[in-house]
Design a protein around this ligand. Structure first.
Ligand SMILES: Cc1cc2nc3c(=O)[nH]c(=O)nc-3n(C[C@H](O)[C@H](O)[C@H](O)COP(=O)(O)OP(=O)(O)OC[C@H]3O[C@@H](n4cnc5c(N)ncnc54)[C@H](O)[C@@H]3O)c2cc1C
Length: 483
């Protein structure tokens, strides 16, 4: 059921150098899942000197982590305003600062020396589908001043100089956010973790765990492990080892594709080199390889072959950038993200020595890195900042009913944001038409020598105060004898 379909080239990449666990092992920390979350814990904990085994049921980056777009932003999938409402201003600031540290962890790993050919480039633009530029100023102030995040506000004109479409209005530019080749990053992370001493075993699904004792037991089809700590980083696929935990995540499949080379017409339509995402979380795209467009947008709560979504991606590109016309989708892929009911990731200790790092939804690059650093430091240094995530409990995501509801909410959300976008564009068109009509009228009047009659000057009405007796200072304090 929970199948992830990958492009052939990615399958091939994943099948190289696989080592399967076929002997019993004792380690300090056993990590279940070799996605961004599991590998980030492995790297940090190995650097801090712990003995690590990562057990991966398929291969490194098999699911979402090996099929993402590599955009690295501060923050969480939950919008900042909602985060503040949920935990208050001070805790929201601390959580935000942690999310920024996660992004810096990625930047520090993704150097040319560590991961050659990753193509790190700076700058991410978040664009709005509706015309709410007036709300921009307070948001920018809050991000810059209260959340210590460098951002610039772009008016609609500037956004449209960069992106030739009338779909987007104002934008928020994050000059320190960045992007890398997301699909290569997860393999780079695995290589760094191995270099730091972690052992990664692929084709090794964990079928059960016993987390009751001080030394915990982990069972795989061909070997057993003992460890002082277990980190559950299996996302929606965790399954048997702790089924109830997987049930707190709503699986959402996100699909992406890359076009065939588009030549110069792409540069004419898109002049911005970084990632672009819209504020409703529908479209996410950027130019790759000079003249190809990489684009993620459709989401479902059921797994489908990504190729079936190639048409939807193509239509979405044509809707946003009509000048690009009919583009050919050269490759399409997808992965399942895990969404929590409250929108924040699941990070923390479930019981002594049993940790969870999951639920990163569509923003896993920085948040999974943050979780990795935090959990490794909690285990090895006693850092207890993971408690900041305690208000976000493990809430059952509703099983099949939850998925159906999630699909309907997703469809409704996309439809209402599309409606809001159309309304904003309609208003903009009528404003332009009004201005044109006024200009034509003025010109006609000037030519005819008529012009609108000036209204008689309005004389300001002066309201004169009626004379009042002068107040007596401190009248209440004057002794009766004097009055
Ligand atoms: C198309 C797409 C584009 C995206 N773009 C971005 C982006 O630009 N920026 C961003 O920040 N985020 C992006 N994301 C989101 C990001 O990819 C995810 O949030 C992140 O990869 C989640 O990582 P993870 O390690 O929690 O999960 P996963 O990648 O799902 O890894 C979990 C691993 O655990 C293994 N596993 C599960 N159970 C077991 C078991 N019992 N035994 C052994 N192994 C097990 C699985 O096989 C899997 O490999 C995107 C996602 C998609 C799908």
């Amino acid at each position: 059921m929970s199948e992830t379909f990958t492009s052939v080239s990615q399958e091939e990449a994943g099948f190289r150098d696989r080592e399967r666990l076929s002997f019993d092992l004792d380690v300090d920390i056993c990590i279940i899942g070799a996605g961004l979350a599991g590998l980030s814990v492995a790297l940090e904990a190995a650097r801090l000197g712990a003995s690590i085994a990562v057990l991966e049921g398929r291969h490194i980056g098999w699911n979402a982590s090996g099929h993402q777009l590599g955009t690295v932003m501060p923050g969480f999938a939950l919008p900042l305003a909602d985060l503040i409402e949920r935990v208050g201003f001070e805790d929201a600031r601390e959580l935000w600062a942690l999310s920024k540290q996660g992004a810096e962890f990625v930047r520090a790993n993704a150097t040319e020396a560590n991961m050659p050919g990753l193509g790190l480039s700076d700058g991410v633009l978040e664009v709005s589908n509706v015309d709410v530029g007036d709300r921009l100023i307070s948001r920018l102030q809050m991000l810059n001043e209260d959340f210590d995040t460098e951002v610039e506000g772009w008016q609609a004109d500037r956004v449209r100089e960069m992106l030739r479409t009338d779909r987007y209005f104002h934008g928020v530019h994050y000059p320190r956010a960045f992007q890398v080749d997301g699909r290569k990053y997860v393999h780079g992370l695995a290589a760094l973790a191995r270099r730091a001493g972690a052992r990664i075993f692929e084709d090794t699904p964990v079928v059960s765990i016993d987390h009751s004792g001080v030394r915990k037991r982990i069972v795989t089809p061909s070997a057993r492990l003992r460890a002082s700590h277990i980190v559950l980083a299996g996302n929606i696929h965790l399954g048997a080892p702790l089924k109830r935990l997987s049930e707190t995540l709503l699986p959402v499949w996100r699909y992406a594709g890359v076009t065939a080379p588009l030549g110069e017409r792409l540069a004419e339509a898109i002049a911005f080199n970084g990632s672009v995402m819209d504020s409703d979380g529908v479209d996410h795209f950027r130019i790759v390889d000079g003249d190809r467009l990489m684009w993620a947008s459709p989401e479902t709560t059921w797994a489908v072959r990504p190729q079936r979504f190639a048409g939807a991606i193509k239509r979405r590109i044509r809707t946003i950038f009509p000048a690009l016309g009919d583009v050919e989708i050269a490759d399409a892929w997808g992965g399942a993200t895990g969404q929590t009911v409250h929108g924040m990731p699941q990070i923390g200790q479930l019981r002594k020595g049993l940790w969870v790092a999951s639920g990163f939804a569509r923003q896993g690059m920085n948040t999974a890195a943050m979780a990795g650093q935090m959990i490794a430091r909690s285990i090895l240094w006693g850092d207890d900042r993971w408690r900041l995530f305690s208000p976000f409990e493990l809430v059952w995501a509703g099983g099949v009913t939850g998925r159906v509801a999630g699909q309907l909410i997703g469809v409704w959300g996309r439809a209402s944001s599309a409606a809001a976008g159309s309304l904003a564009r309609y208003r903009e068109r009528s404003r332009i038409k009004d201005r044109e009509r006024e200009a034509r009228l003025k010109e006609a009047n000037r030519a005819a020598g008529t012009g609108p009659r000036r209204p008689p000057p309005v004389r300001p009405r002066i309201v004169r105060p009626t004379p009042q007796p002068a107040p007596v200072p401190h009248a209440d304090k004057i002794p009766d004898s004097v009055q």
